[in-house]
Design a protein around this ligand. Structure first.
Ligand SMILES: [Zn+2]
Length: 113
């Protein structure tokens, strides 16, 4: 499962940060996930619980911000917000869009002890 390996990636970051910053427990993890990242939120939440079990982030609260995607519309010559990879431009209906963001995933904030 794709979400499992993503959570393992998050855990690695947490462990690295714990070593650097000297905390031993993560209480809350806030993630930004772009709508085009292909991450299924319910699957991710499930994987998070499983992967974090027995680690420094056991029982940590997971909060996910879904970020809309940005695309450049060739017809409007401006940046527009889209909700899916093959959406039309919300302004002019054109499909000539170049996606510029929306497939990222990053840790936005940690609450630690
Ligand atoms: Zn447009």
């Amino acid at each position: 499962m794709h979400e499992m390996s993503l959570c393992e990636g998050v855990l690695q970051v947490l462990e690295t940060e714990a070593g650097k910053q000297g905390f031993s427990k993560v209480k809350r993890v806030i993630l930004d996930i772009g709508v085009l990242s292909g991450v299924e939120i319910p699957a991710f939440e499930f994987a998070f619980e499983v992967v974090m079990r027995g680690t420094l982030a056991e029982n940590a609260v997971l909060e996910i911000n879904e970020l809309p995607a940005q695309a450049w519309c060739l017809m409007c010559a401006e940046s527009v917000t889209v909700n899916a990879r093959y959406d039309a431009c919300p302004k002019c209906g054109s499909y000539q869009l170049q996606i510029s963001s929306g497939d990222e995933m990053r840790i936005k904030e940690l609450e630690v002890d």
